[in-house]
Ligand binder design. Structure first.
Ligand code: SAJ
Length: 410
């Protein structure tokens, strides 16, 4: 059996490699030629712990090859981006483009699985698009040449992909019940978790629901942190105490919510049901408001100094990673340089070699080592709970004005 994985990013490439390692011949497709070249040389084009060995193995033994053209395959897995546009709409153009290219190759009998995070109804629309281009094919098994469509949302946590790709349970939604069963057989080759069958729209919504659940719960924590600050209460102690209740489990506040999933996916639900999704929308707004709150606080404290030096610790979107996408910390540092009069910002980020252009365009932002930055700072602003920051010599912080958005130095 040949499987073709369309889109070789953070999700598509590991999925392709896992399937290849379990015996199927896999043809990976990506429009980015330099990606394709690097993959065919056995190299991972992004950072993910321990994945390099698996990839170089399946490339070396010929089980996985990458190319830019869409081939014929018995099964397709589509893992292309679904970007969110500013006008609260999801852009499904990459799914449609992948669908048209697949349509040209079909002979009948194939399975097409969409993995990209998508608004409810997208898999059915993909089926309609392909069947409109190929009127000789059908969804109905009774009538001639059939194609099968399913949705199986990805759920892996970046940084833990090697473990989660095989261990996580998977939701598999078929446009028809038969499609769900065929998709289950494909995922069973490399997933050890439970494979839960449903219809396509419910599967699409399950993915959005998981990330919205987390977003709403972080918003609760972030709102509590602002209330506690106003009341002169330590929010971390407060949450720890409340979490001793057997039915309470509050998440952690921080400088805001980042990454390309939790900060984005709830908008898919809001855009599908704008009048009904009131809590989900408000949670997004609360979380997006948290960086503004942090910025205001630093701005007020900076007025105590003539030319304040701020040590900003961390710009990644969460602890112990190098990913800067949709990072609230990065945006706070960017805004700080513009908003605070005569400020000099020293950024400490042990996980990146160089600062991104968004920061280097400011003359008053420089990258510095942890100890040096703290020594020279008036204000120490902790934005990410990287391990390196937790274990610093506390004497360094004497006499400093501290803004600790993650509560690591309580
Ligand atoms: N955060 C907090 N407080 C917390 C937990 C997280 O402020 O208590 C912040 C983080 O600092 C970060 C953001 O939330 O800025 C998101 O981080 P995360 O670790 O919650 O999630 P991601 O974006 O790395 O991955 C999520 C995961 N989804 C869930 O846990 C429900 C992952 O399983 C998904 O596969 C992934 O989204 C995705 O691709 O959708």
């Amino acid at each position: 059996e040949t499987v073709s994985v369309i889109g070789l990013g953070y999700i598509g490439l590991p999925t392709a490699a896992f399937i290849a390692a379990h015996g199927s011949k896999v043809i990976g497709v990506d429009l980015n030629e330099s990606f394709v070249e690097r993959i065919n040389a056995g190299k991972v084009p992004f950072y993910e712990p321990d994945f390099g060995e698996l990839l170089s193995g399946v490339v070396a033994n010929g089980q996985l090859i990458a190319q830019t053209a869409t081939p014929h395959a018995d099964a397709y897995i589509v893992a292309v981006p679904t970007p969110f546009k500013d006008n609260y709409e999801v852009d499904t153009k990459y799914i449609q483009a992948a669908g048209s290219k697949i349509a040209e190759q079909l002979k009948g009998g194939e399975l097409i699985v969409l993995e990209s995070t998508s608004p409810p109804g997208t898999t059915e629309k993909l089926a309609e698009l392909i069947l409109a281009e190929r009127p000789d094919l059908t969804l109905d098994e009774g009538k001639g040449n059939t194609v099968h469509f399913a949705h199986c949302p990805e759920r892996v946590l970046p940084g833990r992909i090697m473990a989660e790709m095989s261990e996580n349970d998977r939701v598999i939604g078929g446009v028809t019940p038969r499609a769900a069963e065929l998709a289950r057989d494909l995922y069973a080759t490399f997933c050890n978790g439970e494979l839960l069958l449903t219809d396509a729209k419910t599967a699409e919504m399950a993915k959005l629901t998981e990330n919205s659940f987390r977003d709403v719960n972080i918003a609760f924590a972030n709102e509590l942190s602002i209330i506690a600050e106003r009341l002169g209460i330590d929010v971390w102690e407060l949450i720890e105490l409340a979490n001793h209740h057997p039915r309470v489990n509050i998440l952690q506040p921080g400088p805001g919510v980042g990454g390309h999933c939790i900060a984005v996916d709830p908008w898919f639900i809001v855009s599908a049901a704008p009048d009904e999704a009131r809590l989900i929308r408000t949670a997004r707004e609360v979380n997006d408001g948290k960086p503004v709150h942090v910025l205001d606080k630093v701005e007020a404290l900076a007025q105590r100094f003539k030319a304040p030096v701020v040590a900003a610790l961390g710009i990644a979107f969460k602890a112990n990673i190098d990913d800067l996408r949709e990072s609230p910390s990065l945006n706070i540092v960017d805004q700080l340089a513009d908003h605070v009069k005569d400020v000099d910002v020293r950024v400490v980020e042990p996980n990146v070699e160089a600062l991104p252009e968004q920061l280097t365009r400011h003359a008053n932002i420089t990258k510095q080592d942890l100890e040096g930055a703290i020594r020279e700072a008036d204000i120490v602003l902790l934005l990410v709970d990287h391990d390196q920051f937790k274990n610093i010599d506390r004497d360094l912080l004497n006499e400093k004005v501290i803004v600790d958005t993650k509560g690591v130095w309580r």
